[in-house]
Design a protein around this ligand. Sequence first.
Ligand code: FES
Length: 681
Amino acid sequence: MADGNTPNPLVVFTPSGKRGRFPLGTPVLQAARDLGVDLDSVCGGRGICSRCQITPSYGDFPKHGVTARENALSEWNKVEERYKEKRGLKKGRRLGCQAKVEGDIVIDVPPESQVHKQVVRKDADDRVIELDPSTKLFYVEVREPDMHDPSSDMERLKEAMAEQWELPDLLGDLRIMQRLQSALREGKWCVTVAIHFGRIRARGRIVNVWPGLYEGTIYGAAFDIGSTTVACHLSDLRTGATVASSGLMNPQIRFGEDLMSRVSYSMMNPDGAAQMTDAVREAINALLGQVAAQAMISTEDIFECTFVGNPIMHHLLLGIDPVELGGAPFALAAGEGMVFWASEIGVTTTHPDARVYTLPCIAGHVGADAAAVILSEEPYKADEITLIVDVGTNAEIVLGNKDNLLACSSPTGPAFEGAQISCGQRAAPGAIERIRIDPDTKEPRFRVIGCELWSDDPGFAKATAETGVTGIAGSGIIEAIAEMRLADIIDIDGVVRGSLIGATDRIFSEGRTFSYLIHDGAQKIVVTQNDVRAIQLAKAALYAGCQLLMDEMGIEQVDRITLAGAFGAHISPMHAMVLGMIPDCDVENVRSAGNAAGTGARIALLNAGKRTEIERVVRDVEKIETALAPKFQDHFIGAMAIPHKTAPYPRLSKIARLPDTPPSPPPGGGDGGRRRRRSRS
Ligand code: FES
């Protein structure tokens, strides 16, 4: 019992630190609700769901100003005993709906009892996603029918939800009505309902009903639809955990490798768009089947999906002809964040009443994938100015901070992905991904995907006997050309120096141009003059887009650069800068965000509030049209040089010296900078 002068005991909840005084006998769950403490409950305090578990602490807590006696909570009761016997309860745990406050007490809410659990992102960094999905479960007791007070089962369910969960205005569809009758009777007038909340919480829609207490969980799938691949992550909507992931090649590739060829296919074939829509929906349904099988769940337990993709992928998914996105003024048919029935867009390998959410597109050429990258990286919350580059066939570029965000896309073409490169290939075992060239001997050494050894390490040939050395991946070609520049094999204009013939066997002529031999094996791996040109064109387009945004913002340098996209994750920041893909920046402030678009889709799946947040942010993003900007061409021409014709790279020069860059005078005089040398990251 509380002592005489503190009739209302003090209750302190950890980890939130929320505290308040409550009358004797107040259930802990009630105290938590009154204080806004995040303590879960599906059964509404009936002692059957066990979501409300808490851990009371007894003893002296000077930090909280509390001395908690052993009898500060009511005694262990029959409901808890029954629960413990049937399902087990960890030592020291109580049910928050059963334990009542009898004295000053400190109560810990363990992570699994928090509704808004913090889900740690495993990919890019350790930031957390607060769990607050759009679809949630509620257990409810419904009044039995009464001849003297006639009402339908549905009416009584809604009445019970209003009374027990303060959800007065729910909607229910025919499928729910068809199931409700039997569920109520089988559950002895108790059911669990899944409710999907749209923008207005009170207007939730009942999407499923189970008899009694549903002890399972519900799932959601986050999709990133790229022009090359479609990726899917399946998450448990009650814990936020990613339980399965899978990916497929985008089957639309058979209609065209890049975006513009798919738009052309749609223009030239009356049912071209419909064929591509069918193809991507088929892939989505197949992926849903795969992730459900991986997680060993029924696809009927998938209640939500989120989608991100570039505008053309977005339109094709929704069954909208992307033809208008193929040319100015690049008008989107619809670009805001939207909610549909999954079945409306042909996504059927889910629960029949599953809902989908598509993140908003920014403009006709900057898609929901860029919005997802923004949501994942949150430049809109930072003071520093961040440049985010999602490197793909069409690079999407975002620049800004909490005051202002700008976005554009730049037509880099597929060179960075290894297409148009003589020995280019997609990232796969055997593809060169890292390369270093000795500036004196011009001899290369390299690493291939699937092997940790460098090519000059003993055992390399054996270790790669199975995969072979088959080509150069995108990250490899960037390093190769940057290294060729550092080793003075190519000049500032990207010309392979024929004058090196004789000095090294690695240079040889091919007609009127010269090539560099990286590997002479079953397959000869070379970098040709045309390869260098293709990369110059791609990187110049990327740089010009970045510079255009910097001009618009009136800045000459950025504080941070984030490389996003599956390919961006593998780019070496120093080499990207040597090549001049990105503007000058302190190399330690250049980082990879991995698949940030996929992470953004997952955030929108797990936290409904983030959907509203990104929709608001996207509305304020200033869209810059590269095709219409006269300065784009000027920037493009200057950026054809490696790293750039005129732009200085002072911060790059601290870590790498380009052969014909004049050395900076050393701080204390001497000849420290005169020799051609460089340090490596
Ligand atoms: Fe369900 Fe306590 S709230 S067991």
